[in-house]
Write a protein that binds this ligand. Structure first.
Ligand SMILES: [Zn+2]
Length: 68
């Protein structure tokens, strides 16, 4: 499982931050603003996956080829 990018916008200081967590199940989870420490809610950033394992990448390529 690769690292998934989550973003948040702090309601206190308006900072837009990001966190990388394992897996895509952290959407809506509470976290803490890196700037002011206020509570924030993580939002899944549209499926941006970092450090994608080779097997998943190969899988995606195979599926893309099947569509053509
Ligand atoms: Zn903040």
């Amino acid at each position: 499982m690769g690292k998934v990018l989550y973003v948040y916008e702090c309601a206190e200081c308006r900072k837009r931050g990001e966190q990388r967590l394992d897996g895509d199940s952290h959407d809506g989870e509470a976290s803490t603003c890196a700037s002011c420490g206020a509570p924030v809610t993580l939002e899944w950033d549209g499926g941006v996956v970092l450090e994608t394992p080779q097997t998943i990448a190969a899988d995606a390529i195979a599926r893309a080829r099947e569509r053509k």
